[in-house]
Design a binder for this molecule. Structure first.
Ligand code: NAD
Length: 270
């Protein structure tokens, strides 16, 4: 499979280039960067810290989609609409890690998914997606005598809280219990909060050091407690999951898929 990488000089882009070049069953089709970027014209692999591969970084996204079986996109939400257009035009599979899409950008993704497989995930880590599936399953199996708390920790530079992954875990727990998350979520406690409400799903965010990302889901019941955890040691886990999704996409019909589909956990069973 020929895989192209958009935003190939970015933090995730460089990891994706390395992952494609080090993975069997795929070859690198090329890489793009935004117009005016200082890396334009440089070798794609060299920019990612590897030996030169003879492909120069270009700002021509359309040519990359035309030359690729799948494109992996971890860039900015503003370019998704044009990338979705190229997916439609060339039938190129799209693996979309970019986050922060608004309603019209989401609509363009859904429209393009009629023409080619698109895998979209806010977290491409295989382990985190297993945690999503387990959280949903446990929340469904344990009644409201078990209080659900989600604790996450990230490095001190992260500007938002709670993390998108923590919110995804809260959603998975709410789905498992078949309740509306908006009615049960508690995003932070401070001061005289009163007793914990039955059925609440609580979130807490810790910040410090260079922690890549840690998530605990705690089910605290009478006289017993279950805790499931995921610890990310490197952002490489996202690149590895995205390349796995690209290879998987070669075998499915057009449609919008999640990482749970790639792992065959889409019904929540782990
Ligand atoms: P980054 O800023 O390091 O990289 C983004 C790159 O995209 C930059 O090099 C930028 O120049 C490039 N770019 C912008 N416009 C472009 C265009 N028109 N054509 C080609 N390239 C263009 O950011 P990052 O940390 O690599 O994250 C990128 C995105 O991936 C963010 O949305 C982030 O939230 C998301 N992300 C998702 C996951 C996941 O698992 N889904 C994991 C990590 C990051």
């Amino acid at each position: 499979m020929k895989i192209g990488i958009t935003g190939c000089a970015g933090r995730m882009g460089q990891m994706l280039v390395r992952e494609v070049l080090l993975t069997d069953d795929c070859t690198l089709a090329g890489g793009t960067e935004r117009p005016g970027h200082t890396a334009l014209g440089q070798d794609v692999a060299q920019t990612a810290g590897l030996a030169a591969c003879g492909l120069a970084i270009s700002d021509n996204s359309e040519a990359l989609f035309a030359a690729s079986d799948a494109v992996i996109d971890f860039t900015i939400a503003e370019v998704t609409e044009s990338h979705a257009r190229f997916t439609k035009k060339y039938g190129t599979n799209l693996i979309l890690g970019t986050t922060g899409h608004d309603g019209s950008q989401m609509a363009s993704i859904e429209a393009a998914a009629a023409c080619a497989p698109i895998v979209k995930a806010m977290n491409f880590s295989v382990g985190v997606n297993v945690l999503f599936a387990l959280t949903k399953q446990l929340a469904g199996a344990l009644d409201e005598n078990f209080d659900i708390e989600i604790v996450e920790m990230h490095h001190k530079h992260k500007v938002d809280a709670p993390s998108g992954t923590a919110l995804g875990l809260a959603q998975a727990a709410a789905d498992g219990r078949e309740v509306d998350l908006n009615h049960v979520i508690d995003r932070g406690r401070d001061g005289i909060t009163g007793e914990r409400r039955r059925g609440q799903i609580g979130l807490a965010a810790l910040r410090g050091g260079d922690v890549v990302g840690e998530h605990d889901v705690i089910f605290a019941g009478p006289s017993e407690r279950i805790k499931i955890s995921h610890i990310a040691a490197s952002r490489e886990i996202f690149a590895r999951g995205a390349v796995r999704a690209a290879l998987w996409s070669a075998h499915v019909t057009p449609g919008l898929y999640s990482m749970l589909d790639v792992l065959d956990f889409s019904d929540g069973d782990a």
